[in-house]
Design a protein around this ligand. Sequence first.
Ligand code: BG6
Length: 464
Amino acid sequence: MPGAQPGTPSDALVFFGASGDLARKSIFPSLYRMVAAGGLRVPVVGVAFSQWTLDDLRQRAREAVEAAGDVDEQVLDRLLSLLRYVDGDYNDPATFTHLREALAECSSPTHYLAIPPALFGTVVSGLRGVGLNENARVVVEKPFGRDLASARELNAVIASAFDEPAIFRIDHFLGKEEIMNLLYFRFANAMFEPIWNRNYIETVQITFAEDFGVRGRGSFYESAGALRDVVENHLFQIVALLTMEAPTYRGYGAVQSAKANVFKAMRPLTRQDYVRGQFVGYRDEEGVAPHSDVETFAAVRLHIDSWRWAGVPFYLRTGKCLAVSAGEVVVDFKRPPQALFGDALDPDQHPNRLRFRLQPEGEIGLGVRVKRPGEEFVGHEQELLLPTESPLERSPYERLLTDALNGDSALFTHEDSVEAAWRVVDGILEDRPAAIPYQPGTWGPEEAAGRLIGEDGPWHNPRP
Ligand code: BG6
């Protein structure tokens, strides 16, 4: 099976979907920063079906980079000089013949598919048809499939042209500093390991909230919804990093298999574990069906049936048009076994907790109780706060595309993890409760606070 050797740098980046939204918002600004950092020196071939010329692509790249922040003209010129362009229908074999001509000087390209998943198969077959899968890598964007069956099909199609080490499935959350820090924090500090299990942990909550709507991506969102868009991939990856066993050796394979074991141990979700919501006004968005039942809010109760996690509920929620934009994990520890102090029965007294703030800035807070001065043995909660360093200029895409070009797959997801994650949500993709309307600017439908989390609550709502 052809495929670039792990670790061999690619000599071109081919970029399908060059005229699209993801390219404008994330990819061009990242390519610009890669050039600035000296990590991108190879030709970048944009491919799209837009009747564009190379000048149009350069213009788009310039606009995208300028919209993202301050621009160093020399760096931008270097990026523009690396660009090539191929226009054509992905269903037309001639498009791939032109691409091969554009890559005449290159022998080990990385193909990045920043296109709707429905087109992955077509593009992969086109690449194979002209031999562009030889000595090459492929990077695919999420969502990887729509359900277990389509993910399997997709894996099979891609595997027909690339072998597994040459396939890079992007989940851009894995390129975020604060999320990488979950893995580091857990396994670089041995003091947490003895308490990191069902004996000491009561519940875990993960909130990824956005205070904006679908931002013009209505038609994409109609085919996805919050469960597919964020829960099944981004939030599950966070769960895996929080709960995996220690990797048995230093290397990417060990992390991948430890994470895959978590996905395999997740109990398939049922409709009782799931609350869906839709913000009022979603149906007026462009590209959204007037009677759409697609969820813009999803909350689930998840169990991991492993020795370490049996009986610990994980509550995950995400949504558009919520009260704030922030991402946080809160690990609630069990209460002391005896109520020794006068304030122990105070209903407002929290158990200890560890809070990882992931967005918009990183911080780690350890909630502990401290005695108040005075005769009484009563106290209050204080948080030991560790602000993590503000993220570097490096965006997740910059990190991930650089890694893919260098053949480093540590931060990408593996076939068996993808399929195992789909297996967990497969049952509730169809058999699901109706989406409950919620007002923008709130924390979503009441049912998430009531029926779903109940006495394990309340939800910890992150600050803005
Ligand atoms: C994307 C989802 O994968 O992640 C979007 O498709 C979501 O709906 C986005 O807004 C959140 O990522 P970030 O990095 O912009 O916070």
